[in-house]
Write a protein that binds this ligand. Structure first.
Ligand SMILES: Cc1cc2nc3c(=O)[nH]c(=O)nc-3n(C[C@H](O)[C@H](O)[C@H](O)COP(=O)(O)OP(=O)(O)OC[C@H]3O[C@@H](n4cnc5c(N)ncnc54)[C@H](O)[C@@H]3O)c2cc1C
Length: 449
């Protein structure tokens, strides 16, 4: 049997500029890429038309075709990684395993189990940073502790980026760039893919899913949009953001490539990519946030958790047009504009006093770009219990947000056509009353804490 290196794809579904794949291709054995449709994740999804699964399947099919074109293939399995891995080790003579880091608590556990299994058979396991620019404790305060406030973190992030500059050739042009943004030239080593016939790919329907009618945004964005980003990003009625979220989530684009463009074109856009790194390191360094408030005293809040109100919020029937437009956009497209994510999350937690975890779980079900670290960070920020959160007594007024960010009701009219007619519901709660109730409940919780 031919001894091979396995490269395990997870959140890095591309051949180009892929750190772990680059290192795998430079190993001493021919490389067979692997992808596992993980039933521990898929079984928790209750929509058979989940657009993310259809996207994932389509992307794996494309990768398989790209590899076939190179005379190679990809091994695709369906099951629990803990059960799939022993089977693979029986079927193939695996000399080494390469992959890229995943920072979510469950993924860390999964990877530790696989590492242990491999160690029992003396198979080396190598993992690399690929999905962020700086990870774990690479950007810390001077005392080595992780940052929990964004602005100083982003300043230090930029210092770290500038700390190692190198000259490279890109498309025949000499450029000085940060070592941390250098692309991995995987294409140089493509001949090291194992030349083998493609094993069968599980069909989407065989996994209990179907194609989705939700469209996936492209992987490219115009330079013009990024150049204007700081001016357009806050207005939900404009096409002013990149919609790259799902591609960052599944690694169908390279963060290094996009950060290089951001550095060149728009600092505000770069700052958003830094927020992504920020929340990834928060989740890694403070994994309790996946279940509990970053600030423990906020776990004392007595949420009202009214199920009927929650259903109205989910359906976009609260009687607050910008909130309703956001939820309806999410339900129809798997996307919600960032400004509106902040408004709807604030409304659920502060106006309705519904536990942020309920909203977080709903977004997790619906967002194409769902990412535990960023979603959790966004929800805890909105509820006031997270890192860097605005003080709890700042309660967004939906009317003031509407006035500022959708003054002509263009976004609202797109998603809530019955707004302004009798068919539109009355507000679920009075703003002034809700604000005061929120302040009382938060104050009581924090006093007791
Ligand atoms: C309550 C709430 C929940 C959120 N849930 C998610 C989530 O599950 N997944 C997710 O990727 N983002 C989440 N965000 C952050 C942000 O809303 C989205 O990243 C952004 O709206 C995605 O649209 P875009 O790709 O057009 O982003 P752009 O505005 O074009 O930004 C480019 C990229 O930068 C990153 N980014 C931008 N803003 C943020 C941010 N505030 N925090 C972290 N990364 C950011 C994303 O990767 C994004 O794709 C959430 C924000 C809030 C307030």
């Amino acid at each position: 049997m031919q001894a091979i290196t396995l490269f395990w794809f997870r959140r890095d579904l591309r051949l180009q500029d892929n750190a772990g794949l680059y290192h795998a291709l430079k190993s001493n054995f021919p490389v067979l890429p692997l992808f596992i449709f993980d039933t521990e994740i898929l079984d928790e999804l209750d929509d058979p038309e989940d657009a993310r699964v259809a996207f994932l399947h389509q992307r794996i099919t494309e990768l398989q075709a790209e590899l076939e074109h190179l005379g190679s293939s990809m091994l695709v399995r369906y099951g629990k990684p803990a059960e799939v891995w022993p089977e693979i080790l029986q079927d193939y003579l695996v000399a080494e395993v390469y992959t890229n880091h995943d920072y979510e608590p469950r993924a860390i556990q999964r990877d530790e189990a696989v590492q242990n299994l491999l160690a029992q058979q003396n198979i080396p396991y190598f993992s690399f940073k690929d999905q962020v620019i700086f990870e774990k404790l690479e950007v810390t305060k001077l005392d080595g502790k992780p940052y929990t406030v964004f602005t100083p973190y982003s300043r230090m992030w930029k210092n770290c980026l500038a700390s190692q500059m190198e000259t490279i050739q890109e498309n025949g042009i000499e450029q000085v760039i940060s070592f941390f943004l250098k692309p991995y030239p995987t294409e140089k080593y493509y001949p090291n893919f194992w030349q083998t016939a493609p094993p069968p790919l599980p069909a989407l329907s065989a996994m209990g899913f179907q194609p989705s009618s939700i469209a996936i945004p492209p992987t490219t964005v115009s330079r013009g949009l990024i150049k204007q980003y700081d001016k357009t990003r806050d207005f939900p009625y404009l096409n002013g953001t990149s919609r790259l979220g799902i591609h960052f989530r599944f690694g169908t684009i390279s963060i290094r490539e996009k950060a290089r463009r951001a550095l060149e074109l728009n600092e505000t856009f770069l700052n958003e990519l830094i927020w992504r790194d920020f929340y990834a390191q928060i989740l890694f360094n403070f994994p309790h946030v996946a279940q509990r408030s970053f600030r423990p005293e906020y776990d004392q809040i007595e949420w009202r958790n009214d199920e009927d109100e929650f259903e109205k919020w989910c359906a976009g029937k609260t009687g607050y047009p910008i909130v309703d437009a956001g939820l309806r956009e999410l339900n129809a497209t798997g996307y919600m504009h960032n400004r509106v994510r902040m408004i709807t999350a604030s409304f659920l937690t502060k106006h309705l006093l519904i536990d942020w975890r309920w909203g977080e779980a709903y977004f997790a079900k619906k967002l194409l770009d769902y990412d535990l670290a960023s979603n959790n960070g966004g929800w805890q920020w909105a509820a006031g219990c997270g890192t860097d959160a605005a003080p709890y007594f700042r309660v967004f007024s939906p009317a003031a947000q509407q006035e500022k960010f959708d003054p002509e009701y263009k976004y609202v009219r797109k998603w809530v056509p019955e707004y302004g007619t009798d068919a539109y519901p009355k507000p679920i709660v009075d703003h002034k009353f809700a604000r005061e109730r929120c302040l009382e409940v938060y104050k009581a919780a924090l006093k007791g804490g």
